[in-house]
Design a protein around this ligand. Structure first.
Ligand code: AMP
Length: 300
């Protein structure tokens, strides 16, 4: 496995490895690998001849006061995990390499960047603008055939999908299922902030999604009623809620009535950690009780 920190050196190395009919797969990350990241890397390894993983803690997607300076990092461990998974090139640029002097450009996906986590007062649209700007840079630097993202960050995936379509990036996106621990808690680098007690509490987040799915299965079509039941349960469990919303999976706008494909999205604070999770649900037609198609649950 090659490790490159400079864009020009990375490009030279990739030029050596890229040749006709060799598909290049990119897995963009912020490092501190867990099984969620590794599931994307393994998928890339299975489908592409050249696997590039980028690890860049992108300051542009953090607000002042967020956890940029304390964000967990583990370069040595990441290097050995990447190597074990068969990564060809690990790209580790620093801030100066990605945002040189005089950097002025921003890519914004309007109307999707200001919903859910992007609402002003939450992480805000600037968070997603930071994501789409850095992903644009990575797509231009790497020019991958396929790029891999996690359903764990559903809004991020949706925003990037829209951007790829709008800006004609010649890349195929793959959005893969959320990897969870045995309690159902979605793996996240931020889980390392949790104490054992907080970790047990955080397991309620996924249970709240399961509860919402069960209510939909039993025929409930009023998002407000689901909201009341779920929020009450989370409050009782001691999980501080930033939001719980049921939105249209494409527009990310809140729905008045459940139909079609909806995204149930939740953002919480548990101890020091801001944790998000979601479930994509195809609402059964008609009002009678009818089980929603079970989510693909992948536990490590
Ligand atoms: P991050 O390093 O947190 O920016 O994540 C890098 C990629 O891994 C993103 O596409 C995430 O959606 C994805 N990812 C993070 N956590 C998980 C998880 N638990 N399961 C699947 N993918 C994940």
């Amino acid at each position: 496995m090659k490790v490159e920190r400079e864009i020009s050196a990375f490009r030279s190395e990739l030029a050596v490895q890229r040749s006709q009919d060799r598909r290049v797969g990119l897995v963009p990350t912020m490092g501190c690998f867990h099984e969620g990241h590794l599931s994307l890397i393994r998928a890339a390894r299975a489908e592409c001849e050249v696997v590039v993983v980028s690890s860049f803690l992108n300051p542009a997607q953090f607000r002042p006061g967020e956890d940029l300076s304390g964000y967990p990092q583990s370069e040595e461990r990441d290097r050995s995990l990447a190597s074990e998974c068969g990564v060809d090139i690990l790209f580790l640029p620093d801030g100066a390499e990605m945002y040189g002097d005089g950097f002025k450009t921003s890519v914004a996906v309007s109307e999707l960047n200001d919903k859910l986590c992007g609402e002003p007062g939450r992480r805000g649209p600037e968070h997603f603008n930071g994501v789409t700007t850095v992903v644009t840079k990575l797509f231009n630097i790497v020019q991958p055939d396929i790029a891999y993202f996690g359903q764990k960050d559903a809004q991020q995936a949706r925003v990037i999908e829209r951007m790829v379509e709008d800006l004609n990036f010649p890349v195929e996106l793959k959005v893969l299922p959320t990897i969870r621990d045995e309690s159902g808690l979605a793996l996240s680098s931020r889980n390392s902030y949790l104490t054992a007690e907080e970790r047990a509490r955080a397991a309620e987040i996924n249970r709240s999604l399961v509860l919402a799915e069960q209510l939909i299965s039993s025929g409930e079509r009023d998002p407000e009623r689901i909201d009341r039941v779920v929020c009450e349960k989370l409050r009782e469990a001691g999980v501080k809620l930033e939001y719980f919303e049921i939105v249209d999976s494409q527009s990310l706008k809140k729905v008045d009535r459940l139909e079609g494909e909806v995204l149930i999205a939740v953002a919480t604070y548990v101890g020091m950690a801001r944790l998000i999770d979601n479930s994509l649900v195809q609402v059964p037609e008609g009002k009678e009780a009818s089980a929603v198609r079970p989510r693909e649950v992948v536990n490590v």
